[in-house]
Design a protein around this ligand. Structure first.
Ligand SMILES: Cc1cc2nc3c(=O)[nH]c(=O)nc-3n(C[C@H](O)[C@H](O)[C@H](O)COP(=O)(O)OP(=O)(O)OC[C@H]3O[C@@H](n4cnc5c(N)ncnc54)[C@H](O)[C@@H]3O)c2cc1C
Length: 291
């Protein structure tokens, strides 16, 4: 099917993009990689009257560490994370995700910020953003605001970005030397959305106890879900196998997936547990701690 008619606007600067979005309000949508928006338009699930293409905005194409954070610009492609060696060395969780989102073609076009803005319940970046405690920088008529990821992900396909606003940058706290993460995903075939997936990040104290834990699950609810109970159980404790198993079981309790061709509710709930456990173990293994 073809999309309904729309006006196409190319923005060459952040100001131009914002002006176009504010001029058209709820009628306008941002076009980033187009990997979710264009299919939605072709199926007529989305019918924006105006598309504001931010791809020509050079100032949005960046990946840098600054102020203790990794800063991911609005047009940075998934593939940039996959092929930047220092990301692999310092951001194990993000590096894992960058290898399993969709397929290589989609990853060369799709953007990290666009994926988080799309907020697909089965999206991989949203879970990672939760586990890594990301924030999103949003620009609008009243200036800029930095939104914690838990507040940014409002509901399926809905975020804190309002009409006339633009997400410009995802910020991920730079993990310290004693922090590692892992992303575990089960998919029917390469390039598919997750049947189930889990994002985990663990920080250890000098004495080997858990200083901070980030645990989130994918395709288990209307958005990616933070498994807050698991995080609370892990914090301050020594990561024994029994503790990891108990924390992972919380993912199964929280998960509320939908049955579909990828699996039953019971299967997906159990996979949430299995994948969180694998993620916890791999994070510890990357920290040099046997589990
Ligand atoms: C075949 C296929 C397989 C896929 N498999 C997976 C998968 O396994 N896992 C996964 O996570 N994803 C998957 N995707 C989705 C893919 O990762 C998309 O790239 C991503 O979800 C959206 O990023 P985008 O840059 O293409 O955004 P777009 O499609 O351009 O935009 C998506 C939405 O976000 C909004 N938006 C984008 N950028 C901004 C911004 N800066 N500010 C405000 N709003 C913005 C748009 O207006 C639109 O509503 C798949 C896609 C395809 C086509």
């Amino acid at each position: 099917m073809f999309p309904v008619n729309f006006e196409y606007r190319r923005a060459h600067s952040a100001q131009e993009a914002l002006a176009a979005l504010q001029e058209h309000g709820g009628e306008a949508r941002v076009l980033a990689g187009g990997q979710s928006l264009i299919p939605a338009m072709r199926y007529r699930l989305a019918r924006p009257a105006v598309l504001v293409d931010i791809n020509p905005v050079r100032e949005f194409d960046f990946l840098r560490e600054e102020g203790g954070q990794l800063r991911i610009g609005a047009t940075l492609r998934d593939a940039a994370l996959e092929f930047t060696p220092w990301v692999g060395e310092r951001y194990s969780l993000l590096a894992d995700v960058s290898r399993v989102v969709a397929d290589p073609v989609v990853r060369h076009l799709g953007t990290v910020v666009g994926s988080v803005c799309h907020n697909d319940p089965a999206g991989d970046w949203t879970s990672a953003a939760l586990a890594a405690r990301a924030t999103m920088l949003v620009h609008g008529a009243d200036g800029e605001r930095e939104v914690p990821i838990d507040d940014f992900l409002v509901d399926a396909y809905t975020t804190a970005v309002q009409d006339g606003e633009l997400a410009v940058e995802l910020r991920i706290p730079t993990p310290g030397a004693r922090t590692r993460g892992s992303y575990q995903k089960i998919e029917r075939k390469v390039g598919d959305y997750a049947t189930a997936a889990a994002a985990v990040q663990l920080s250890l104290n000098e004495d080997g106890t858990v200083r901070e834990a980030g645990v989130a699950i994918t395709a288990a609810g209307s958005t990616a879900l933070r498994v807050a109970q698991a995080e609370a159980m892990l914090r301050g404790q020594r990561p024994t196998l029994e503790l990891l198993q108990a924390a992972a079981a919380e993912a199964s309790t929280l998960a509320s997936p939908m049955a579909d061709a990828r699996g039953s509710v019971a299967y997906k709930k159990d996979m949430a547990r299995v994948l969180v456990l694998r993620g916890l173990k791999q994070s510890l293994s990357r920290l040099g701690v046997p589990a």
